[in-house]
Design a protein around this ligand. Structure first.
Ligand code: HSE
Length: 348
């Protein structure tokens, strides 16, 4: 069965998704009867292409890898009118919109408007954007439900490492009482370098930026705002909460010195930026702060840019998952996994 896909935003995640679709085309068709027809791609910086009969993914990837604009797909750049993203979402013939624009944690725009436009035009949405999921999850989910559409956000927390889908499959039927995790790769990378290579904070942050882990504005990472967005999403999706970022007590890692990190290690502890949320009666309490964990804690062993999350479940007790929290292919995969979940439900 074919699914028509429109990409809004074609940076790292979008390119990762296209690379997977290109590489695994035959496998996905033969194994899941899944065929992706890419009907539209738009990016604020690179232009747009919209072809109802389908865009040749390999040809588009060649352009992207050469640093060309997306509108060069048709030939000469500038020979086509610029297409407004909202117009494209409404008019393109996609079944699913993959909303992959940059996260703005403060306003959640323009992503929220894009997602609403998709629902108003009868299109499912998958998104790795933390803004809309952290600020408007319940409103957007209700809008999707009211229109018999899917709104899936696996990539917002721990990229393609499964989190939300676990509760549809392997852990279905468990109630999540609490979660505690390392949800920001940049800060975990910085703390690891400070401890293992005795690197200074500023040098470690610079390296994290060079490696592409950090947000466009790394304040979101080091001051804990990125982890706050993720713990809000977890609270609202898995703990039945209704909280916003302002409800989360937050402290980043900027006040933590290399000496403190090394002294903790000498005592058998490790500093980690821990995001946690727990049910307290009908409320959810959440926080993000640096904590000194004993080395015996599963989260203390998570090094580099990896993420990890311990679920406290009513039936299964504590389960910890660890894996990538960011990355082109890893986050691209989260989008594919959500698209495949929609495909499998539509087939049924
Ligand atoms: N800046 C984020 C991190 C990217 O370092 O974890 C993934 O959300």
């Amino acid at each position: 069965m074919e699914l028509k896909i429109g990409l809004i935003g074609c940076g790292t995640v979008g390119t990762g998704l296209l690379e997977i679709l290109d590489k695994k085309r035959e496998y996905l068709r033969d194994t899941f009867d899944f065929e992706a027809r890419l009907v539209a791609v738009t990016d604020k910086l690179k232009g747009s292409v919209c072809i109802p009969e389908g865009i040749d993914i390999k040809k588009l990837l060649d352009l992207l890898h050469q640093g060309e604009r997306i509108d060069a797909y048709h030939g000469e750049v500038g020979s086509h009118e610029a297409i407004d993203a909202l117009d494209l979402i409404e008019k393109c013939e996609a079944d699913v919109i993959a909303e992959l624009t940059y996260t703005d944690i403060k306003t959640a725009e323009p992503a929220t408007s894009y997602i609403k436009k998709a629902f108003r035009s009868g299109k499912h949405v998958v998104s790795s954007n933390k803004g809309p999921a952290a600020l408007h999850y319940h409103e957007l989910k209700k809008m999707a439900d009211n229109n018999n559409l899917f709104f899936r956000i696996e990539g917002t927390v721990m990229s393609g490492t499964p989190v939300f889908s676990l509760f549809e499959n392997g852990l279905v039927g468990n109630e999540v009482r609490a979660v505690q995790g390392i949800l920001n790769g940049t800060t975990n990378f910085i703390l690891t370098r400070m401890e293992q290579d005795s690197m200074d904070y500023a040098d470690a942050l610079k390296l994290a930026q060079e490696l592409g882990y950090a947000e466009a504005d790394p304040t979101a990472d080091v001051e804990g705002y990125d982890a706050v967005a993720k713990i809000v999403i977890l609270s609202n999706v898995l703990l039945d909460g209704n909280i916003s970022p302002a409800d989360v007590r937050r402290e980043g890692i900027t006040a933590l010195s290399k000496d403190q990190v090394l002294a903790a290690r000498a005592e058998g502890f490790r500093y980690k930026l821990i995001a946690q949320a727990r049910k307290a009666g009908r409320r959810v309490e959440a926080s993000v702060s640096p904590r000194k964990l004993p080395l015996s804690d599963p989260l203390a062993g998570i090094m580099g840019a990896h993420n990890a999350l311990t679920f406290d479940l009513d039936l299964m007790g504590k389960i910890t998952i660890q894996g990538a929290g960011a990355g082109k292919i890893e986050t691209g995969y989260s989008i594919l996994s959500d698209i495949l979940a929609i495909h499998s439900r539509l087939r049924r």
